[in-house]
Design a binder for this molecule. Sequence first.
Ligand SMILES: [Zn+2]
Length: 323
Amino acid sequence: MSFVESVRGPIDIATLGTTFMHEHVFVLSTEILENYGSGYWDEEERVADAVAKLRELRALGVHTIVDPTVLGLGRYIPRIQRINAEVDINIIAATGVYTYNELPHFFHYQGPGTMFGGDEPMVDLFKRDISEGIAGTTVKAAFLKCAIDEQGMTPGVERAMRAVARTHVETGVPITVHTNVHNQSGVAAQKLMREEGVDLTKVVMGHSGDSTDLAYLCALAEAGSYLGMDRFGIDVLLPFEQRVQTVVELCKRGYAEKMVLSHDASCFIDWFPATTKAAAVPNWHFTHIHDSVLPALRERGVTDAQIATMLVDNPRRYFTKVQ
Ligand SMILES: [Zn+2]
């Protein structure tokens, strides 16, 4: 049997079931929360709300969510453990750094190319999360996360990505990269990772679903990576119809084995005022795929077998360690 770590401990990969490959329980600006949270954060209310939303998702038949909330996104595992104790769903935790540009100041003066130099401290921190557990909990990270957005391969982005790549090479743990389709930053991410010896079949090119550029998407998939069709519901970035049609077209061309589906939603995110968010992206929630996306895919000829490939088989293959 092959196992993957989750918030509730190791689970048999064969039992992952229907898996959303990019959902957050919370996205939080921790330092703002700690100082100004009384204006918008009620711990009990938010925990109860998360429990309810995840129970609703589980009731739809989703067994697992893969949660890429790392440094920069407010990762706090004890709260996730508390929620998961009340919901029978697998939550897979991540390690890594989320930045579009600079690293946290903590890393500015230590590590390669810095004032005090030395080995890359991020690699040791990521490995500790993977092998020992996150922040004194028993929860181990099962995948790595980094980002490359509008600003491209800045020095900070590059350092985080190399640290993620090196940790992957040492541990075999798979990777999710946040990419920006407008500058096609997935290409730069694949190039760097190839240089570092990453197995590109163990990488999700996150947010690929924001693109309709089939040449770009097919090239990323041909290089081996999964396409994260993972922002269903963020219709302001790309409308529903185009998101669906891109998946349909890629399925027709034989790429079901290279796509994973998700929303990149969260039970609560502090980046936007809640009412503004609800008005701007009313479909950005955990049930949109089941409510609207899967029916639309089926209507346009995507088979149940292809849907199972994207929701069940691909996540299972992604987390299965290469021997
Ligand atoms: Zn995300």
